[in-house]
Design a binder for this molecule. Structure first.
Ligand SMILES: [Zn+2]
Length: 336
């Protein structure tokens, strides 16, 4: 009986998997990054996906963060969060339109926006790398969690697992950008430890969970690992707090989303990352001329450059995004 049962089980499972099959990485990643931070925006994206596909997009990164109907930690949900039901509907709509959906959850940095503290540090101020009051004292506008805070990874992994399952994703974008506070003298866990070592430890913990245990692909923003010698970049798109040592301490199968918004003749971080054998996904924004330049430059940088990611940062609505020039004019330049 077992002789027949196991193949039958395998066949049934295969059928089950294929009916929920995710869209696998395309040859050329023509991406759009959107803030999908509330239920209404998820609904709007479902309606817009056919037009985005028509505009050339085959990958959409949705920045969700705490705007999801978490079951393990309902206390960490944003108000107006995306329901489980809508997340699955969005995943199905993406598949129908041949679009790979990659949810993003900002890890480590971006635990506040302006004076709004994100739910994790509201619920657990003891996880903050700095006293919460520090953000009123500085131009750097977002708080970090402490990568060595006991229990922080356990909670984050539970949130990531829920997001991956809810959006039926085969990849997660973990943020990791703009980490301005790390290895602070007044942090009891990190005092005296090099920021690059702390940063790499957080990346590696995420990788061990996402790639190692969950068998998903992992993406992150590259700005903390490309410094400090490329001083031509701004203090925002290149770390000044010496986290760049992390570049040689983290796995090469992470997709590096290398965002730069200013016009430059060249973008040296693209060949730097590609030369280290990371896959690089250059990400532009506005002005259009700079985005075109980043795109054109990146197209000359070899096969480790996987495509182009158009970030939007609310400068277009989701509905209008398919005709927004940085999407409409640049994505079609990236052929398969
Ligand atoms: Zn710390």
């Amino acid at each position: 009986m077992q002789k027949y049962f196991l193949p039958l089980l395998a066949w049934l499972l295969a059928g089950c998997v294929s009916s929920h099959e995710t869209i696998h990485p395309p040859e050329t990643w023509r991406g759009v990054h959107l803030w999908v931070d509330r239920e209404s925006r998820a609904q709007e994206l479902i309606r817009t996906l056919p037009a985005l596909a028509k505009a050339g997009a085959n990958t959409v990164v949705i920045e969700v963060n705490y705007s999801f109907e978490f079951q393990t930690h309902p206390e960490l949900r944003h108000k107006n969060c995306i329901t489980q039901k809508t997340a699955h509907a969005l995943a199905a709509a993406a598949r129908r339109n041949g679009i790979r959906l990659i949810p993003e959850f900002n890890c480590l940095g971006h635990q506040s926006f302006g004076d709004r503290i994100e739910p994790l540090l509201q619920a657990h101020p003891e996880f903050s790398e700095t006293p919460l009051s520090v953000m009123t004292d500085t131009n750097f506008y977002c708080l970090s969690w402490c990568p060595r805070a006991p229990q922080v990874n356990k909670i984050i992994f539970e949130l990531l697992d829920e997001i991956a399952a809810g959006f039926e994703a085969d990849a997660l974008h973990v943020g990791m950008d703009e980490v301005y506070y790390l290895g602070m003298d007044d942090c009891p866990h990190c005092h005296g430890v090099e920021p690059g070592v702390l940063f790499a430890a957080q990346v590696n913990a995420l990788h061990a969970h996402i790639v190692g245990r969950k068998k998903l692909e992992m993406l992150m923003w590259a700005d903390r690992v490309i410094g400090p010698k490329y001083q031509g970049y701004s203090k925002f798109d290149n770390a000044r707090n010496d986290t760049s040592a992390a570049m040689d301490l983290i796995p090469r199968d992470i997709v590096m989303c290398d965002w730069h918004y200013a016009w430059r003749q060249t973008y040296p971080s693209v060949p730097l990352l590609a030369g280290k054998n990371f896959r690089v996904w250059p990400a532009g924004f506005l002005p259009l001329k700079a985005a075109q330049q980043l795109s054109d430059f990146s197209q000359t940088q070899g096969t480790n450059v996987v495509g182009y990611l158009a970030t939007t940062w609310n400068q277009t609505t989701i509905t209008n995004s398919p005709s927004w020039p940085p999407i409409k004019e640049i994505l079609p330049r990236w052929k398969n």
